[in-house]
Ligand binder design. Structure first.
Ligand code: THU
Length: 136
């Protein structure tokens, strides 16, 4: 399969969608707001934010919310995800989100960004080289 290359215009669209979703983050406990925008093979984008809960362990990360939305709309083939936080250095996705993203796209392009415009690109396989795969 041809390697996917994220063009500048699509990146900007994903950044904007992630920013918009982040603005809706429900994070009254940590105050740490996250937005994620997931690009699917057909061009559709699903954006989501983190949703916390008074029972802290029930919190759902932005990335996993975006995956759930995409799957619920019939998409399981992902090309790129953009994650935005208000950190000095853009934050990479947590281990649980890496595992969940990897269920669908081992070679996913992962772009992390902050509000000042700093951007770092990774490949998911570099962020989680040995995912759990049921022993396969
Ligand atoms: N969070 C995410 O949304 N994505 C991650 O990859 C890591 C953490 C959220 C969960 C919680 O609401 C807040 O950030 C602080 O951990």
């Amino acid at each position: 399969m041809k390697a996917f290359s994220l063009d500048q215009q699509t990146l900007e669209t994903l950044l904007e969608r992630a920013r918009q979703a982040r603005a809706h983050a429900y994070a009254p406990y940590s105050k740490y707001c996250v937005g994620a925008a997931l690009l699917c093979e057909g061009g559709e984008i699903f954006a989501a934010c983190n949703v916390e809960n008074a029972s802290f362990g029930l919190t759902i990360c932005a990335e996993r919310n975006a995956v759930a939305m995409a799957v619920a709309h019939g998409n399981t083939r992902f090309l790129a995800v953009v994650i935005i936080t208000d950190d000095e250095k853009p934050a990479t996705p947590c281990g649980a989100c890496r595992q969940v993203l990897g269920e669908f796209a081992r070679d996913l392009t992962v772009v992390v960004a902050n509000l000042t415009g700093q951007i770092i690109r990774y490949k998911l396989a570099d962020l989680i080289p040995y995912p759990f795969s049921g022993g396969a």
